[in-house]
Design a protein around this ligand. Structure first.
Ligand SMILES: Nc1ncnc2c1ncn2[C@@H]1O[C@H](COP(=O)(O)OP(=O)(O)OP(=O)(O)O)[C@@H](O)[C@H]1O
Ligand SMILES: [Mg+2]
Length: 403
């Protein structure tokens, strides 16, 4: 019984428990017919409706992501601007000079960049795909083809192109695309940057890849129960939001150099604070194409997580890994109690790992792996994670079993 109580109390549920105000309706807006609403009208779009305000998004993100206040605010505004624009466009409002607010997230590993975007996408209710920029190549022969990202969005929503057309594409490790001529890649990251340019703005991508022979066959002869796809069907990317991220470790030296040349004061302190000062010329000096970096007008840096932040990640985040451990033990009817001194110790050790919140998992795994192996086959029904346990798990386990 204890097990089931524990599971339900620990199960915080999916992010979708949050504010749910943007959802798709079935119909696909038809661009070939004139919009139902008059220009300038803000009546609800037939295919998409979105009512969130930036503060709603930030409040939601606060439940899952600790710190990163600036990134949360900037993201909330960019996401709301984008999806309000999508809604108004679909309602018939024209905005011929609108520039898409694609986002560049900078910051070290494991501090919540992906977590932020994933949580936001779940709240907004739009499809989301994530990929590493390193898996793409200029030609698509060696790595993937960047257009596959858009097709992945379609797959994510079971083939519904109209939903995929308002998705979010998240590309990690974009810093690896810079100056890659020396990076030992078969083809340059520069080519990948160029391939991304059109996609990030407004491109029509074939729904079935020209290289996908099976897919081409299936669109001619659909499987039983599958609707036939119109030949040459495409998906448009103008409403797909692109968010890219990377650690940009070497960027700070370009920032320092620029500030020094201009005779400006170079702020001391952490490199991460310096990243906030990055301007377009720094990214170009780092090895990005001006056209690429120019299409990422919203830029914000995530900060490293200190020991106290890591403690909060465990204690306050609804996505805390403690819930994962509680569930794992609860499956065998075992209750875990987390003592404050134990959590403090975990946070301290995790901070020394230098991998952000990922360090928490490393430390917990080390501390609890013997407990996970031994306890399910014993009579023990509860135990506490204390500082002593974290420092010497073997001794703590022996004592628990002895008792
Ligand atoms: N600020 C945070 N608040 C709460 N949890 C966090 C935070 N940062 C990271 N985490 C946890 O750590 C895990 C890894 O974080 P995430 O994937 O967001 O890292 P990242 O910044 O994208 O790193 P990388 O650059 O290596 O991709 C997340 O799944 C989440 O559980
Ligand atoms: Mg990530």
């Amino acid at each position: 019984m204890a097990a089931s109580t524990l599971v339900s109390s620990a199960d915080l549920g999916p992010v979708s428990r949050g504010l749910e105000s943007a959802r798709f309706r079935k119909s696909r807006p038809d661009r070939s017919t004139p919009p139902a609403a008059e220009v300038g009208s803000a009546s609800p779009a037939p295919g998409f409706h979105f009512e969130l305000k930036p503060r709603d998004v930030k409040t939601h993100l606060d439940r899952f992501v600790i710190q990163q206040d600036e990134a949360k605010k900037v993201l909330s505004v960019a996401l709301c601007d984008h999806f309000q624009h999508v809604r108004l466009t679909l309602a018939g409002q024209k905005a011929p000079f609108y520039t898409k607010q694609n986002v560049l997230l900078l910051g070290p590993t494991g501090v919540g960049k992906t977590h932020l975007i994933r949580s936001a996408a779940e709240l907004i209710g739009v499809p989301f795909v994530k990929a590493d920029a390193t898996k793409f190549s200029e030609t698509g022969y060696v790595g993937g083809d960047v257009e596959d990202l858009v097709r992945d969005l379609i797959r994510r929503v079971g083939g519904d192109v109209s939903k995929a057309e308002h998705g979010i594409i998240y590309l990690d490790e974009v810093d690896k695309l810079a100056g890659s001529d020396t990076g030992g890649r078969d083809v340059s990251g520069k080519g990948v940057q160029i391939n991304l340019l059109k996609l990030m703005e407004d491109a029509d991508v074939p729904v079935v890849s020209p290289n996908d022979i099976m897919g081409q066959m299936q669109s001619i002869m659909p499987r039983p129960g599958q609707p036939p796809r119109e030949a040459g069907a495409t998906i448009n990317t103008r409403h797909i939001l692109f968010i890219v991220s990377g650690a940009f470790a070497g960027l700070t030296s370009h920032i320092r150099q620029r500030l020094a040349l201009a005779g400006k004061e170079i702020p001391g302190g952490r490199d991460a604070d310096l990243l906030d000062l990055a301007v377009t010329s720094d990214f170009i000096a780092y090895g990005f194409e001006p056209e690429f970096i120019g299409r990422l007008p919203v830029r914000v840096a995530c900060q490293p997580l200190g020991e106290n932040d890591l403690y909060d990640v465990m204690r306050r985040s609804e996505s805390s890994l403690l819930r994962q451990y509680e569930r794992a033990f609860a499956a065998y009817g075992i209750e875990v109690k987390w003592r404050a001194d134990g959590l403090r110790r975990i946070a301290r050790l995790a901070a020394t790992e230098g991998t952000g919140a990922r360090g928490l998992m490393t430390v917990c795994e080390r501390a609890l792996r013997d407990f996970k192996f031994e306890l399910p086959s014993t009579e023990v029904r509860r135990f506490s994670v204390t500082r002593e346990l974290v420092d010497d798990p073997k001794a703590a386990l022996a004592k628990l079993l002895g008792d």
